[in-house]
Design a protein around this ligand. Sequence first.
Ligand code: ADP
Ligand code: MG
Length: 429
Amino acid sequence: MAEGQGDYRILHEAALRDYLAEQPDLVTLLGAEPVSWSITEVGDGNLNLVFIVKGDRGGVAVKQALPYVRLVGESWPLPLSRAHYEYLSLSKQAQLAPGLVPALRHHNEALALTVMELLEPHIIMRKGMVAGTQYPRFVDDITTFMARTLFFTSDLALSAAEKKQGIAAFAGNHALCKITEDLIFTDPYRIAEQNRWTAPYLDALAADLRDDMDLHVAISRLKLKFMASPEALLHGDLHTGSIMVTDSQTRVIDPEFAFYGPMGFDVGAVLANLLMAYFASAGHERLPGERRAFEAWVLETVEQVWTEFARKFLDLWRAGAAGDAYPASLFAGEKGAARLEAERQAYMQRLFADTVGFAAAKTIRRIFGLAHNIDFELIEDPKRRAISEARAVRLARAMMLEAGAFPTIADVTGAARKLRDWQPEFAAG
Ligand code: ADP
Ligand code: MG
């Protein structure tokens, strides 16, 4: 819809009701009595307002960007255009991975407002995992989502012109990229006002991060890769707080960080958040049998997320790579086919190494940076929390510094399993 610029205003309950009541399609969806609609603000995220609106016929979720970072306040401005990029990427994802994102109902660019399908009774996957719930559909759904959105927006599937148009369409989302560049790839490794960690237990580890030049080189290489490798359209924030689930459904939400970047960043985000849930499990109250089953499921899920993602991605590549990369004319005949297949394997090996590095970066920032996650935060006893966090950090450091020690996903889960009962020095005191 072509609303003029400068029409932005924050729509709280009454204004939102009036606005929605003026949209005939939404009135049809919700029910004809706007006064009877219930409107509840549910945004538990860091950046935006989210309202759930329910009428007698149906419901919708309404997301509106604020001109600043919600978590911090007006002192940290952030462009409203992120709502445009979220809408654009949701549309693309809906086309490439049907049924795995909420359906779009309405968008108003000037208001930075999007109305979408109400996901109910879905819950945020992170919350479910903190409660120890297993999600049997997750592997298949998330790997379909990642394989299809990443493959079909890459040079393997697109012409060079289409690919560059895609990059251009998202290039303006640089303010959101900058948040990632600062909060994930820089701040945890230097003194920054917004850093925090579980003191005093992790003080020494935090000091190590600021002092270790090998780590500074490793995180800087990852940062450069994030900035300078437009491989595919990323979700850009694919953690378990951006995934809503039931037993039988998975929906990926909140792609406002979308841009063309390195594929391993999305895959690594999923793996990192599973691994953090694994290490957090020891800190939560849980019956021993349930704990064992949950942790076994998480590690199995880590393995399957990678293997199924890689299988699906390779299948798409083998089935029809219409893109300008790897021209078919250079790989004709049996010799060409064999060589191209070897190259596909090498490509996946390189993507796996990226994934391991980005997973490590995503872990460290959740423990020392601004935005923490409830997997750890809900472990009330700080020492217990710090023990879980220290195990995750130990794995993450190894993954970042000794990439060669993790040639396969089984090496990652094997290392995680070994650290499950590892006691950091401060645990004894
Ligand atoms: P933010 O960008 O501020 O992080 P999110 O897109 O993550 O906002 O949404 C914040 C919260 O709103 C989610 O954690 C979820 O609880 C709820 N939510 C978002 N979209 C929907 C939806 N389509 N249906 C139901 N609840 C939703
Ligand atoms: Mg968000």
